[in-house]
Design a protein around this ligand. Structure first.
Ligand code: ATP
Ligand code: MG
Length: 359
């Protein structure tokens, strides 16, 4: 999968920009605050249907404007696509393929796929479980688009349950309705995430062994409050049982404490928690291994490598890790921000200044 062109209209600090990409390594150069990350953010928007910076659509629209617009042209092995997104201040956005009618999430997710690397990703190892869940969910949605509506529905029902708990004076019949719905959705989510983590572990393990001279054995252990399970049906029953047992606890605290929104995976090197015992360098290597593994899995599951987006990570890495990552992705399409272009050969060089592009 290769991105050929990106156009921006009133997106972040870009008023009107047209950017062409070459099929190999592309470097985006520019001073701090020039608009480099904004370009990757626009590209990744089509992979995730939202910003990777975890912000609202309205923050993406250029200050003082009512609307923003982004468009990409990209090609898979067989077909070329044109996708566009119109972002409105009101929060309503429209995503289209060519001149199609506006698409639903299931219709566009997974068409354009990308893996993004950012310095923030150290939080995958060091941060709260939410970081790891977000990583898994984004990766799974791109390879299995049908996962996205399940996740949305789960979050919708969870919000309803929380609203009910918050109100106090809970109607038990209604709580039971929410819990039953949540149990079936949570089972689908947890099963999918656990399956993905097993595959991810297999790929990431190889990368980490490679980077550490065969010294570090990575394991990922999926953890759900419902415990171990053999099948989705069994898991659903376990979730429901848990919700029923904890109903009193949740009512007293006015909040849903149990469910797939509390899942996590433990990251260990040689059986020891990487969060607690890993050195900074080991943690960085794990994150690289996880992200490279995400790219590998995306290729295995869909038949094509995604586009690799590297935001500012090369300046963060030591020489060995820098060389390692570049050696693993150099024959794919890569878009790198930062100005250390001298460390590798690039086909395309793009300069940004105050949101404006030059070559
Ligand atoms: P660095 O090298 O520091 O990472 P960068 O080139 O990646 O910098 P970006 O994050 O892409 O910089 O762009 C930041 C610029 O975009 C800032 O000057 C910021 O004020 C501006 N900006 C962010 N959101 C908006 C917006 N909605 N409208 C206009 N400008 C914005
Ligand atoms: Mg940046």
């Amino acid at each position: 999968m290769k991105i050929q062109h990106l156009s921006l209209r009133n997106f972040r600090n870009a008023e009107e920009s047209e950017i062409g990409f070459s099929p190999g390594v592309n470097v985006i150069c520019g001073a701090n605050a020039a608009g480099k990350t904004n370009i990757l953010e626009a590209i990744f928007y089509f992979a995730a249907g939202k910003s990777f910076r975890n912000c609202k659509d309205r923050e993406l629209i250029k200050f003082g404007c009512e609307k923003g617009q982004i468009g990409i042209k990209f090609a898979t092995q067989n077909v070329e696509y044109d996708m566009s997104a119109i972002l409105n201040k009101s929060g309503r956005r429209i995503i289209k393929l060519g001149n199609s009618v506006p698409l639903k999430m299931t219709e566009y997710i997974g068409r354009f796929r990308a893996v993004i690397f950012t310095p923030d990703h150290l939080s995958l190892v060091k941060g709260s479980p939410e970081n790891r869940r977000r990583f898994l969910d984004l990766a799974i949605c791109q390879s299995f688009p049908r996962y996205a509506p399940t996740l949305n529905e789960y979050n919708r029902v969870l919000a309803q349950k929380n609203a009910l708990l918050k109100r106090g004076n809970v109607i038990d019949e209604l709580l039971q309705v929410y819990n039953e719905r949540l149990a079936s959705l949570a089972a689908v989510i947890t099963v999918n995430r656990r399956k993905y983590v097993l595959k991810l572990e297999e790929e990431a393990k190889k990368f980490l062994l490679d980077m550490s001279g065969s010294k570090e054995n990575l394991t990922l252990n999926y953890q759900s409050q419902a415990g171990l399970f053999e099948s989705q049906d069994e898991l659903k029953e376990k979730y429901l049982q848990l919700f029923n047992e904890k109903a009193g606890y949740e009512k007293e605290r006015y909040l849903a404490f149990y469910g797939a929104h509390k899942d996590d995976f433990a990251v260990c090197i040689n059986k020891k928690s990487a969060r607690m015992y890993g050195s900074q360098g080991q943690q960085r290597s794990i994150v690289l291994a996880l992200k490279l593994a995400e790219g590998e899995l995306s290729a295995k599951l869909t038949g094509e490598y995604p586009v690799f987006l590297l935001d500012d990570i090369l300046s963060e890495l030591d020489k060995d890790r820098k060389e390692y990552i570049l050696s693993r992705i150099i024959d794919r399409q890569v878009i790198i921000t930062g100005c250390e272009s001298e460390v590798f050969e690039s086909e395309g060089k793009i300069f940004v200044r105050e949101g404006k592009i030059s070559y």
